[in-house]
Design a protein around this ligand. Sequence first.
Ligand code: ATP
Ligand code: MG
Length: 365
Amino acid sequence: MTDSVAPRKRILTGDRPTGRLHLGHYVGSLAKRVELQYQYDTILIIADLHMLTTRPSRDDIAEICENCRGLVLDYLAAGIDPDHVTIYLQSAVPETYELNLIFEMLVTVNRLSRIPSIKDMARAANLSDEEIPFGLLGYPVLQAADILLPRAHLVPVGKDNESHVELTREIARRFNALYGEVFPIPEVLVGDVPTLVGTDGKDKMSKSLGNCIFLCDDEQTVNKKVRGMFTDPKRISADIPGTVEGNPVFIYHDTFNPNKAEVEELKARYRAGRVGDVEVKEKLARALNNFLAPMRARYAKYQADTGLVDEIIVRGTQRMRAIAAETIHAVRSAMGLASTWNRLQRAAERRQKKLHPTLPTGDLS
Ligand code: ATP
Ligand code: MG
């Protein structure tokens, strides 16, 4: 890159290593990452510390390694190019913890208590209000540390994470106002389908709800899941006119079936009571399997390369550690924390020098 070319802007986003990625993850965030990976310096975080907010047991932690491997395979299958994208393990970058603590001073408990997703996450983890850990309340602060550690400009996430990026913007502004311009104010980028419904018709496809089609599901599994999908419950036979709006089968057709003429024709017949669920679902299953086919080919290719995903994570984490060190240096300098330490060190050295003039300098550092 020559000096005249401006450095690429940066993306930061990622996932918790709690299981495999599903179609909701894909349309909410992953598709944008794939689309923008050559335009932006893209960094993907495997957010294992975020998993600890609701699942801190040793058994949970023991699963992280295998889940990381599955997650990275899902990225590669979805079309992430490992030669261009940095993928790192959050807990292996200690500056994350440091920036998190500094940001905790810049946000009120009241502000965090108003973020709706915290309550949703607590509910999903079967925690009552009294049982919400401090770390779960602070989840969006840790996310701000993740986004601002690489000083990212753009954050592609699903709708449920939009309010967290808003908080990140507030923290970045507050830091810059207090200590000087260190952080860009990142923009959020919500995917084409902000929240994909589950196969059961519930608001959100979600691992914890068991209503997912996974990117790694094989053809038979997809066919079976689609056959069991929730449709218009009022329609007990094929000759009853059905509702298309809000019907998950048609939401998926609109999202994943590129044959728009087929979808419109099915909708017209569905509304008129002239098509059975079986045909609508068979055509959806075919569209989904076509959509997943190139991913299946990439799974086969990458899975055969033993150790590849591990190498990708290690390489990415090393790069991220270097980036994080630069940011923390800038943070400590801007805040004056670095100069406090330097002054103490220099004074201590002066005293030692006076007491032991023959000692080489730097022994106390
Ligand atoms: P799940 O919510 O399925 O248990 P998760 O909580 O482990 O998955 P997150 O880390 O919350 O996954 O999500 C990773 C990214 O995918 C986020 O940007 C999130 O907004 C997005 N996402 C997750 N589920 C959906 C969905 N159903 N529709 C759109 N985006 C989604
Ligand atoms: Mg979630």
